[in-house]
Every structure is written in structure tokens, then in C-alpha cells.
Design a protein around this ligand. Structure first.
Ligand code: HEM
Length: 221
């Protein structure tokens, strides 16, 4: 016999799935803007390991080159949707009590190590799994803080005159831009790991983010 177990409230599912295409547009339009001044690199001192850019021919092929105006227009429109959806999501988690499943607690940091060891098959005993395990709690809370970080650093480089105090708080325009850029790389890394974990965990878990319920087999009485 099959039993349905409630997992994700409808509002959370909507916020989650609305966020996905919005964030994709923000990253894509960010790339159109970044093309105009692709300055970042990973390196030690003067030695550059790799430049944060894509090969020249891909700029042409993917129609990224010379579309700064497009990038800015999309970025400044979709950032409102990103902000509104994010703020509503945070308010919902606060007022519904869902934050209890999401915020890490004192045990989470130790447990997150256990989760990592278990995932790497270096530990046999499964770590405690409530609605979310400790690594998920840390990652999901971090991604919300990162969202807030993108909004405020974005504001600091969008209106550095009107919000001069904010730009100053980040250490100036260049530093605010630096944080804004690396937060985006953070989303991409989060996304790759997130998808990997979703695939690994399987269909039942993924489907629950759509229908709200997990399906469990229970023995017939
Ligand atoms: C195709 C893209 C995506 C898929 C398939 C996906 C899938 C999922 C699934 C299945 C869960 C539930 C995990 C569980 O119950 O153990 C989840 C939760 C979550 N995902 Fe995603 N996700 C995607 C994109 C994103 C993106 C782009 C973000 C943010 C940058 C994100 C942030 C989150 C957060 C914060 C949660 C926890 C939600 C809550 O309970 O409040 N996801 N995702």
C-alpha cells in the first residue's frame, strides 16, 4: 500500500520554481553586462591560473557580445522580480514556521561533516535526516543570505551616488562589484551541487518539490 507524506507547502514550491527562471535570466543578463568589462581572474599574486571569461568565439556564437544595453535592461527589470519573490519567500518561512526546518542549529556544523563523509562513502552510518539534513540547512540558509548580498551589492553599484553610504560600506565601487560578481559564481556552484544532489536522491524527492508529497510504501495490514 502507498501512503502520501506531506513535505513542501504550496507557497514554498511556487517561490522555489519562480526563482529558478528569474535567477537564470539574472545570470544570463549579468553575463551580457560582464562582457563589456571582463576583469576577474583566479590566481596567486601576478600569476593567473585562469581568467573569468569565456572564449572569444563563444561570445559571438552565444550572442553575448555587444549586448550590454540588453543585459542592463533585463537585469534591472528582473531584479525586481528576484527581490519581490525572495522577500515573500523569507516572510513566508518566518510566519509559517518553516524556518525551523531551514535554519542551521548548534549541531548542524558537526552533522554537515557527517553528511559530507557519508556522501563521499567515507562513513557508513547515515547522518540524522529530518526534513533537511544539516548540509542542506546550511546551504539553503547560505543561498538566502547570498540573495540578500546580491541585492545590496547590486544596489551599491547601480546607484553609487544615491547609495554612497552603501557603496562605502562594501569598501567602494570596485569591491561592491567584486562581491556582486563572485556571489553569482557562488550561485552557479550551488546550482551544480544542488542538481547533483537532487539527481542522486531520486524521483520521489524531486516530485515532492512539484506535488508537495512524498510517496512511501507501507506494508499491508
Ligand atoms: C532545475 C533546477 C532546480 C531543481 C530541479 C531543484 C530541486 C529542488 C528540490 C527537489 C528541493 C527539495 C530538496 C529536498 O526535499 O530534500 C529543493 C529545495 C530547495 N532549492 Fe532547489 N532546485 C532547482 C533550482 C534551485 C535554485 C536555482 C535555487 C536557488 C538559487 C534553489 C534553492 C533551493 C532552496 C533554498 C530549497 C529549500 C526550499 C525550502 O524548503 O524552503 N533551487 N530544490
Amino acid at each position: 500500500m502507498k501512503r502520501l507524506e506531506r513535505k513542501h507547502p504550496l507557497a514554498i514550491r511556487w517561490f522555489h520554481w519562480i526563482n529558478f527562471p528569474i535567477l537564470a535570466v539574472m545570470v544570463w543578463s549579468g553575463l551580457l553586462i560582464y562582457w563589456a568589462n571582463a576583469v576577474y581572474r583566479v590566481g596567486v599574486g601576478k600569476h593567473t591560473l585562469f581568467k573569468m571569461t569565456i572564449p572569444e568565439h563563444l561570445y559571438e556564437k552565444w550572442h553575448i557580445a555587444f549586448r550590454l544595453g540588453w543585459g542592463l535592461s533585463f537585469h534591472f527589470f528582473f531584479m525586481w522580480l528576484f527581490a519581490i519573490n525572495g522577500i515573500l519567500y523569507v516572510l513566508y518561512t518566518i510566519f509559517s514556521g518553516e524556518w525551523r526546518y531551514l535554519l542551521p542549529d548548534r549541531r548542524s556544523f558537526i552533522e554537515a561533516i557527517q553528511v559530507t563523509l557519508y556522501d563521499l562513502r567515507l562513513r557508513k552510518e547515515p547522518p540524522p535526516q529530518r526534513k533537511y539534513n544539516a548540509a542542506q540547512r546550511i546551504a539553503y540558509t547560505a543561498i538566502i543570505v547570498m540573495g540578500l548580498g546580491s541585492l545590496v551589492t547590486g544596489l551599491a553599484i547601480y546607484k553609487p551616488v544615491q547609495f554612497a553610504w552603501l557603496t562605502y560600506l562594501f569598501g567602494g565601487y570596485q569591491m561592491a562589484r567584486f562581491f556582486h560578481f563572485w556571489l553569482t559564481i557562488g550561485y552557479v556552484v550551488f546550482f551544480v551541487v544542488h542538481i547533483g544532489q537532487v539527481v542522486r536522491t531520486g524521483w520521489n524527492n524531486f516530485r515532492a518539490m512539484i506535488i508537495g508529497y512524498e510517496v512511501h510504501e507501507v506494508p499491508n495490514e
